[in-house]
Design a protein around this ligand. Structure first.
Ligand SMILES: *[C@@H]1O[C@H](CO)[C@@H](O)[C@H](O)[C@H]1NC(C)=O
Ligand SMILES: *[C@@H]1O[C@H](CO)[C@@H](O)[C@H](O)[C@H]1NC(C)=O
Ligand SMILES: *[C@@H]1O[C@H](CO)[C@@H](O)[C@H](O)[C@H]1NC(C)=O
Ligand SMILES: *[C@@H]1O[C@H](CO)[C@@H](O)[C@H](O)[C@H]1NC(C)=O
Ligand SMILES: *[C@@H]1O[C@H](CO)[C@@H](O)[C@H](O)[C@H]1NC(C)=O
Ligand SMILES: *[C@@H]1O[C@H](CO)[C@@H](O)[C@H](O)[C@H]1NC(C)=O
Ligand SMILES: *[C@@H]1O[C@H](CO)[C@@H](O)[C@H](O)[C@H]1NC(C)=O
Ligand SMILES: *[C@@H]1O[C@H](CO)[C@@H](O)[C@H](O)[C@H]1NC(C)=O
Ligand SMILES: *[C@@H]1O[C@H](CO)[C@@H](O)[C@H](O)[C@H]1NC(C)=O
Ligand SMILES: *[C@@H]1O[C@H](CO)[C@@H](O)[C@H](O)[C@H]1NC(C)=O
Ligand SMILES: *[C@@H]1O[C@H](CO)[C@@H](O)[C@H](O)[C@H]1NC(C)=O
Ligand SMILES: CC(=O)N[C@H]1CO[C@H](CO)[C@@H](O)[C@@H]1O
Length: 651
């Protein structure tokens, strides 16, 4: 154990000496209160959960396979509230020979005939957070200029669900926990505030523009807060430290807003009124000593109401608000009190992004020198042996629930890990559940599959899973292999899968695949790059905006916004027996994968700039962050998380 800590310290020092602290050049004169307030509702006011009296209808575990009563009630308000934004969007994106206004209003009486869609943001560290932010900004009608011709603003306002995994969950968590803030507000919140990615998570936030918050105090605060949870009698792991540290970057409020819970989103008046979509974060279950395989991993979701899954293994849902409460076979024993505050927002976001043990699966394929690789493996194996690389949900809400299908039913601990493990890196799972009846998923992929760009792997994995026993009534469109993706350019621009309903094995949404791709910036930065200057952050966000809108309809296809309108409407056309407009047929011809395959091994993936050299717009800057890409950032990422643990043992 001693070598482990020594190594951690050594790695961190190496990084700390070599990488100068970096504050970006952006001017900070925007008012801070542009970022929405988070709601602190932990009963202790801090990070520690606390006992409360159970409500008179004591919380219980609910069987999977159907919607929660809260979600059903919320959906009635939400689906109605999506009608106007959807109509506005469809009128703006214009479909030749089709009257969107008339179509929407003539079916508005029965909202289940109208489109029902969601957006999913993949994992991929800060790269995913920033690329996803650009796409989300493009979809948000509040973004300046986003409702002009060629743009897609309003798509977010018409969506029912917005889901995230890992880096994508950092974005979704940050937006929703901060009262549905805009990307621009978070981006320009200023020093000492959120989204200051020039400050490494290792050093903590800056104060007043240049002054560092004393790094030792930052660690001490984190250690004290995690310590308070431990003192209150709850197991803590490295994910608690990770989640605390992330909170300083993502959640508005003093000291990383320790009293803010994930279930507090359900207290937000806009959410209650159905004015904003429902956020969902995705994690994987991992039983003791188990490695994850895509086809047998239980995928859990966190929404403001519940944590759970309809996978046949666990097949149950627990109220998010009362996590930390002891359940036996689905009920809280008479002599037990309820617990609240366990669902700390940073902890839940951190659970979806506990990247640590993904390294064990991937480290062999990286270009790290062997010596460092061996050292890192040593650290990781030790972490894994002590099972510290998980998020510990003790008491397990699914204790004695659905055994023996639920292998974890005998365990008092529910262990959750990064949602991107087992390669299902896009949060599709919650939105392909038949009870949610989602028509279309906008699937934003910021994975680093091939030279830092996505190559369809996450869709391939989701398809494979849909063919295995764990699918339990879900279906997924046929997806070709990665070579086909690259050879046909399916990952170089948006592509649709599952357009032909007749060719599906069951009810499945259409997948609109939106890959990270180079428009105005090389946004394929390393997943483990620890800091990003404000300048690069803004450039990656702008690139994401361009990738979502295909450069505002200025390259390849000026009809792209109409085609987005068509795909949103596609399943609704089926339900209302409406003849598909000719313009939409042409869109589907262009964007729907038609079953063609090309299995040949492609050359290494080096996508050209979409705006270069065929520049209908200005020539992009080919500049890239000056931070070295491989060795040091990796050491840093580990150091960042490990040092926090080290410090905690020292103070
Ligand atoms: C959240 O945002 C809405 C809309 O911008 C605003 O009306 C409300 O006051 C905000 N709530 C809080 C708690 O800041
Ligand atoms: C609404 O449309 C659905 C089909 O999507 C149909 O099953 C249902 O009966 C309709 N409801 C009403 C009230 O017309
Ligand atoms: C919005 O569009 C106007 C007119 O084209 C332009 O002058 C302005 O800079 C744009 N604003 C942003 C934030 O893109
Ligand atoms: C959590 O704590 C309990 C006792 O409080 C212990 O039995 C269990 O092993 C701990 N779990 C982990 C993962 O450390
Ligand atoms: C999943 O598959 C792997 C490899 O076949 C196996 O080791 C593991 O125990 C399986 N897990 C479950 C939950 O079935
Ligand atoms: C990675 O390589 C090491 C040593 O070469 C080997 O022991 C280990 O099993 C490999 N791990 C994986 C996941 O392939
Ligand atoms: C696609 O990405 C996976 C990793 O996710 C990699 O193993 C595979 O070689 C890549 N294939 C192509 C054609 O890029
Ligand atoms: C598309 O619009 C966004 C937001 O207005 C802008 O930042 C971006 O530069 C535009 N892209 C092109 C290629 O003009
Ligand atoms: C290049 O841009 C022009 C518009 O200026 C467009 O008509 C053409 O299709 C583009 N070519 C390619 C290969 O993207
Ligand atoms: C299917 O798509 C490929 C390109 O991806 C195209 O070459 C081919 O012509 C299309 N086939 C049909 C029948 O549309
Ligand atoms: C149609 O389904 C078959 C069988 O699942 C599959 O092989 C084929 O690729 C699918 N075609 C399309 C266009 O999805
Ligand atoms: C549709 C379907 O097959 N549902 C099954 C999912 O798994 C649970 C628990 O194993 C079954 O009870 C359902 O019938």
């Amino acid at each position: 154990m001693r070598t482990f800590w020594a190594l951690a310290v050594a790695l961190s020092l190496q990084g700390a000496i070599a990488v100068p602290f970096n504050i970006g050049p952006v001017e900070f004169d925007l008012p801070f209160n542009l970022v929405g307030n988070s709601i602190s509702d932990s009963p202790t006011g801090g990070y520690a959960p606390g006992e409360v009296d159970c409500p008179s209808d004591r919380p219980t575990i609910r069987k999977g396979g159907s919607l929660s009563p809260q979600e059903s009630q919320w959906l009635e308000r939400r689906r109605t509230a999506t009608i106007d934004p959807m109509q506005d969007l469809l009128e703006r994106t214009k479909i030749d020979g089709f009257d969107a206004k008339k179509y929407i209003s003539s079916h508005a009486k029965n909202v289940s005939l109208l489109p029902n869609y969601g957006i999913g943001f993949s994992g991929g560290g800060y790269r995913a957070l920033m690329n996803s932010a650009g796409m989300l900004a493009a979809f948000d009608s509040r973004t300046v200029n986003s409702t002009k011709p060629g743009h897609l603003g309003g798509l977010l306002q018409g969506a029912t669900y917005v889901a995230g995994i890992s880096g994508g969950s950092w974005l979704v968590g940050s937006i929703f926990v901060n009262n549905f803030s805009t990307v621009a507000a978070l981006q320009y919140a200023g020093p000492g505030s959120v989204w200051q990615f020039g400050n490494s998570i290792l050093e903590g936030p800056s104060k007043g523009g240049i002054q560092l918050l004393n790094t030792a105090d930052y660690y001490k605060d984190i250690a004290d807060m995690v310590g308070s949870k431990s003192d209150a009698g709850f197991n803590t792991t490295i994910t608690d430290y990770w989640g605390r540290a992330l909170s300083y970057q993502l959640i508005w409020g003093a000291d990383g807003a320790p009293g803010v819970t994930f279930s507090s989103i359900a207290l937000d008046q806009q959410f209650i009124d159905g004015k904003i979509p429902m956020p969902i974060l995705v994690s994987n279950g991992r039983n003791r000593g188990e490695f994850l395989e895509p086809t047998n991993t239980t995928v859990f979701e966190f929404n403001p109401f519940e944590l759970g899954t309809s996978d046949p293994t666990v097949y149950g849902f627990a109220p998010t608000k009362y996590l930390g409460t002891k359940y036996v076979a689905g009920v809280v024993p008479d002599d037990e009190k309820c617990v609240r505050g366990f669902d700390n927002a940073g902890f839940i976001i951190g659970t979806s992004s506990s990247l640590f043990n993904a390294f064990l699966l991937n480290i062999n394929g990286t270009a790290i020198p062997k010596k460092l690789k061996d050292a890192l493996r040593d650290i990781l194996e030790k972490l894994s042996e002590t099972e510290e690389d998980i998020a510990d949900y003790t008491p397990n809400p699914f204790y004695k629930w659905n055994g023996p299908s639920n292998l974890g039913a005998i365990d008092n601990t529910l262990s959750l890990v990064d949602g991107g493990e087992a390669f299902q890196n896009i949060p599709l799972h919650p939105m392909i559940q038949p009870e949610r009846a989602v028509d279309v998923i906008f699937a934003v992929d910021s994975s680093a599959d091939a030279t830092g760009w996505p190559n369809g792997t996450s869709l391939v994995t989701a398809y494979q899973r849909s063919l295995s026993k764990i699918q339990n009534g879900t279906a997924f469109p046929a997806i070709p292999d990665q070579n086909t993706f690259v050879n046909l350019g399916l990952n170089a621009r948006p592509s649709f899968f599952g357009c032909d309903r007749a060719n599906l094995t069951g009810p499945s949404p259409i997948i609109v695949y939106l890959p990270n791709s180079p428009y105005s910036f090389l946004s394929n930065i390393s997943t483990f790059q620890p800091t990003t200057s404000d300048e690069d952050r803004d450039a990656i966000i702008q690139n994401g905006y361009n990738a979502a809108t295909m450069a505002n309809g200025t390259v390849w296809d000026s009809q792209w916004p109409s085609c987005v309108g068509c795909v949103i409407l596609s399943r609704s056309f089926d339900r209302t027996n409406t003849k598909v407009p000719e313009a939409c047929k042409q869109c589907f011809q262009r964007y729907c994968w038609n079953g063609t395959t090309d299995y040949r091994t492609p050359p290494p993936y080096e996508p050209p700039f979409a705006l270069w050299p065929n520049g209908t717009s200005k020539v992009p800057t080919m500049k890239r962050s000056s931070a070295p890409q491989i060795l040091r950032p990796l050491a840093w990422n580990f150091a960042a998380t490990l040092v926090i643990s080290v410090v905690m043992t020292l103070i």
